[in-house]
Design a protein around this ligand. Structure first.
Ligand SMILES: Nc1ncnc2c1ncn2[C@@H]1O[C@H](COP(=O)(O)OP(=O)(O)OP(=O)(O)O)[C@@H](O)[C@H]1O
Ligand SMILES: [Mg+2]
Length: 238
C-alpha cells in the first residue's frame, strides 16, 4: 500500500527556487534513501513534505489525503513525523520530558502509556537515562532520543534528516539497526544521508538529487559499484 506520494513538487524560499519537479512514493515497510551534494535541497524536500515549507506547486498526499498546505502539527497527527537535521532535542530537559513532548496531541492516556512502553523496549538506553538531562547524553543516544520522540506520534511515515551526522561508525550501525526494526514494524522510512554508500546499501531504493531534481535511482546492488555511485552523485565519472 502506498503511504506517501509526492508529485511534481516545486519548492524553495521566497524568490529562491530549490526543488524543480520532484516525484517519489513509498509504501508501508519500505525504505527510501535520498542523497546528493550539499545544498541541493534534501532538507528542503523533507521540510516541505512535513509542512514546514509551503510548496510552490505540485502535490503531496499521505494515505490518499492531500497534505500540502496543511500545518506541520496536523501532518504529524495524520501520520508523518520528521527527525530534523541536528536532532533538535531539548538539552535542558530530561530524557523523559523530551519523550513526553512526542506525545502532545495524543488525548488517550492509555494508548500513550502503551506507546511509551513500546519505545522503552525499542530503546532500552533511554530507559536507563530517563531522568538525565538530554544534553548529557552521547551523540548516538541523542539521535535515538530524537527518533524515539518522533515515533511516539505513531507515524506511518518517518522522515530522517542525516541520522548519522556526528556519530562514530559503530554508533551509526546501532542507529541503523533500530531503523531496521522500525521498518519491520511496517513504518515507511525516508532517510536523507551524506553517507551515500551506507544508505544505498541499506534502503530498498535510493534517489540522487542534483540541481533540484532526481537524477538517478539506485538499488543496494549499485552500492558495490563505486564508479556508478560517484557518477550518479556528481554527474561525472571522477
Ligand atoms: N531559510 C532559507 N532561506 C533561504 N534559502 C535557504 C534557506 N534554507 C536553505 N536555503 C537554501 O536552499 C538550498 C537548499 O538547502 P538545503 O538545506 O535543503 O540543502 P541540503 O541538500 O539539505 O544540504 P546539506 O547536505 O548541506 O544539508 C541552499 O542553497 C540553501 O542555501
Ligand atoms: Mg540538509
Amino acid at each position: 500500500m502506498t503511504l506517501l506520494t509526492v508529485e511534481n513538487l516545486y519548492s524553495g524560499y521566497g524568490k529562491v527556487d530549490v526543488l524543480f519537479g520532484i516525484s517519489l512514493s513509498i509504501s508501508a515497510g519500505k525504505s527510501l534513501g535520498i542523497v546528493g551534494p550539499n545544498g541541493v535541497g534534501k532538507s528542503t524536500l523533507l521540510k516541505t513534505i512535513a509542512g514546514e515549507i509551503t510548496p510552490k506547486s505540485g502535490s503531496i498526499s499521505l494515505l490518499g489525503e492531500t497534505i500540502s498546505g496543511r500545518k506541520p502539527e496536523d501532518i504529524v497527527r495524520m501520520g508523518l513525523s520528521l527527525v530534523p537535521e541536528g536532532r533538535q532535542i531539548f538539552s535542558g530537559l530530561s530524557v523523559t520530558e523530551n519523550l513526553m513532548l512526542g506525545l502532545t496531541g495524543r488525548k488517550d492516556k492509555a494508548s500513550s502509556k502503551v506507546a511509551l512502553d513500546q519505545i522503552r523496549e525499542l530503546f532500552p538506553v533511554l530507559n536507563s537515562h530517563a531522568t538525565h538531562q538530554a544534553g548529557m547524553l552521547s551523540g548516538g543516544q541523542q539521535q535515538q532520543l530524537a527518533i524515539a520522540r518522533a515515533l511516539l506520534s505513531n507515524p506511518k511515515v518517518l522522515l530522517l534528516d542525516e541520522p548519522s551526522l556526528g556519530l562514530a561508525p559503530t554508533v551509526i550501525i546501532d542507529v541503523f539497526e533500530k531503523l531496521k526494526e522500525i521498518i519491520a514494524n511496517k513504518t515507511a522510512v525516508i532517510i536523507v544521508e551524506q553517507r551515500a554508500h551506507l544508505v544505498t546499501t541499506f534502503a530498498d531504493e535510493t534517489v540522487v538529487i542534483r540541481d533540484g531534481q532526481i537524477q538517478a535511482s539506485l538499488t543496494p546492488s549499485d552500492a558495490k559499484n563505486e564508479e556508478m555511485l560517484r557518477k550518479a552523485y556528481f554527474g561525472t565519472g571522477s
